[in-house]
Design a protein around this ligand. Structure first.
Ligand code: UD1
Length: 315
């Protein structure tokens, strides 16, 4: 009987959490629909029970949650521009999927659901750093969908007593992130293209900033949440990031140094739905979990580049 379920396990965050659980000898089940997840990301997770299934299907959720004590809900359509192009799919795969999962978790007697939320919920307000007490101001359909999921988590705790914890991620990057799609995260695209000596494009002036968070920090935070007592974390929402940020222009310079890239980025107009600056206040996670980042930005970039350099991310 599986004790842990990881949704979106063929995505890079889900697979990284599953790998960490397996390394601790835990019993893990994973589910993925392969809408954006990659079969190649399952390599190394052979000890896990894998289920192909779509969370928009309540029957798949029921099967996935059977016998599970703790769920890490990482499945989503993660891209802002993708949601601008197709808000209905974004809603189906983020909102419908999350509600179905919660219904199934409750029916199965699951104890805790840990939800991958997004800093996109803060929107484009000028206040930095973003702290959890700020009023959400989602801009993109993606941000709305991820925020709706947060509210469902809160409701299931208050109304049904299911333990839920909401973690707002900020621009997670690292090995196993897909670099091949137009919708991929910027660092996955830049690392791969700069290593290959291919052109890169910056949307906007490059002075937009992000709290780029290396994957190990996110895995670490999730494991702390799984182990934390309910009275500390259940029904809570908190940022999970590094508490420092870099602009895209600065990041390109670091990557240039690490990859030896000689090209110049092309600058194109900013993307619709894009936010300007993003930086997390991480004091709440520190207070509730004793969380602090374990890998800094440059070291994270170094490890990510090494992974792409050794052939990672190639289909
Ligand atoms: C990202 C995540 C989103 C997450 C959010 C949390 C991805 C794909 N998106 O959104 O799931 O919830 O952080 O804050 O991981 N850019 C370029 N050139 C490119 C690609 C992107 O200049 O080739 C720019 C974008 O316009 C944007 C910035 O880089 O200004 C970051 O874009 P992206 O990696 O797509 O992430 P977010 O939109 O911040």
């Amino acid at each position: 009987m599986a004790s842990y379920l990881v949704t979106g396990v063929a995505g890079f965050i889900g697979r990284s959490i599953a790998a960490a659980l397996l390394a601790r000898g835990e019993t893990v089940r994973g589910i993925d629909s392969f809408i954006t997840g990659k079969r190649s990301n399952l390599e190394g997770l052979e000890a896990m029970e894998f289920m192909e299934g779509d969370l928009a299907d309540p029957a798949a959720c029921a099967k996935a949650c059977a016998g599970v004590e703790i769920v890490f809900h990482e499945a989503a359509l993660v891209s802002v521009p993708r949601s601008v192009d197709d808000p209905v799919s974004s809603n189906r795969n983020c909102v419908d999927a999350t509600l179905n999962l919660l219904m199934a978790a409750r029916a199965a007697g699951t104890r805790r659901v840990i939800y991958a939320a997004s800093s996109a919920a803060y929107g484009d307000t000028p206040t930095l750093p973003k702290h959890e007490g700020m009023l959400p101001q989602p801009i993109s359909p993606y941000a709305v969908a991820k925020l709706a999921g947060e509210h469902y988590m809160g409701a299931f705790t208050r109304v049904y007593g299911l333990e839920t914890v909401v973690l707002r991620y900020f621009n997670v990057f690292g090995p196993f992130q897909d670099p091949t799609s137009h919708y991929s995260g910027v660092l996955a695209i830049f690392c791969r293209r700069m290593l290959a000596g291919e052109p890169i494009t910056i949307y906007g002036d490059g002075e937009q900033s992000r709290d780029f968070t290396y994957i190990d920090n996110v895995v670490h935070g999730n494991l702390l949440v799984a182990a934390a007592p309910a009275e500390k974390v259940s029904g809570r929402m908190m940022n999970l990031a590094t508490g420092s940020s870099s602009t895209l222009n600065e990041t390109v310079e670091i990557l240039r140094d690490l990859t030896g890239y000689r090209g110049q980025p092309a600058y194109e107009p900013a993307r619709a739905g894009d936010i300007r600056d993003s930086l997390a206040d991480i004091r709440l996670a520190e207070e509730l979990l004793g969380y602090a980042p374990i890998v800094d930005f440059r070291e994270g970039l170094l490890r990510t580049i090494e992974w792409y350099r050794s052939g990672g991310g190639v289909e």
